[in-house]
Design a protein around this ligand. Structure first.
Ligand code: ACO
Ligand code: ACO
Length: 150
């Protein structure tokens, strides 16, 4: 498996991107403004992440997703670690990520990759999404913000 930047003639894998974010309009917006990287094996896209510059010297992983048939095999961890190394090589000083209060596996993964919690964006998912979202038997309401110095 190799992780490469999506070239200008390749289509972003929308089905995968929508696994991480149910809003097509938000996904469209950040793939325009950010850089999309894909994990491929034998020309099949198994995973994706998007790096979005947000503030001076700061970049955010706004989307990371792995094909459902290939989850739990270490691909998500490889993508997050690749994003951290890419951001460092591009000269950013801080990398950020955010996820829902109910996203227990994601919170475990990001902390295993070196992220620390910084603050809570309360009611983020109420303000930005029209429909209520449920995960692990909980409503997704707040966004947990995490970051790490590069
Ligand atoms: N408790 C402890 N550790 C956990 C838990 C848990 N409940 N759940 C997961 N983990 C750990 C695993 O043990 C593993 O760590 P390890 O390698 O040390 O054992 C790690 O988290 C998961 O590793 P991977 O197998 O690499 O993860 P995967 O390939 O399944 O990718 C991802 C994770 C991207 C979250 C995938 O499940 C996915 O695509 N989900 C749907 C989309 C999504 O929710 N994306 C994130 C939205 S937030 C955002 O995009 C910024
Ligand atoms: N994802 C989603 N839901 C989860 C997860 C998970 N990874 N882990 C637990 N839950 C949910 C369960 O599904 C269940 O909810 P449900 O009834 O809706 O299905 C709930 O959490 C757990 O319920 P109980 O079975 O009532 O919990 P238990 O009797 O095991 O008590 C406790 C929990 C007190 C934390 C127990 O495990 C314990 O004594 N642990 C050791 C001591 C400890 O850690 N105490 C807390 C320290 S912090 C403090 O004291 C303030």
């Amino acid at each position: 498996m190799e992780i490469t930047k999506l070239t200008s003639h390749e289509q972003p894998p929308m089905d995968l991107l929508l696994l991480a974010d149910p809003s097509p309009s938000l996904v469209e917006e950040y793939i325009q403004r950010g850089q999309c990287y894909v994990a491929k094996a034998e020309e099949l896209i198994l995973g994706v992440y998007v790096l979005l510059p947000t503030r001076p010297e700061t970049v955010e992983i706004v989307n990371v997703a792995v094909d459902e048939r290939h989850q739990g095999q270490g691909i998500g961890k490889k993508l997050v670690n690749h994003a951290i190394e890419t951001a460092r090589q591009l000269g950013y000083k801080t990398i950020e990520i955010g996820t829902g209060n109910s996203s227990i596996g994601q919170l475990a993964l990001y902390q295993k990759c070196g992220f620390r919690m910084t603050w809570i964006d309360r009611d983020f998912f109420i303000r930005h999404y029209d429909e209520p979202i449920y995960e692990n038997g909980m409503q997704v309401i707040d966004m947990v913000r995490l970051s790490q110095d590069l």
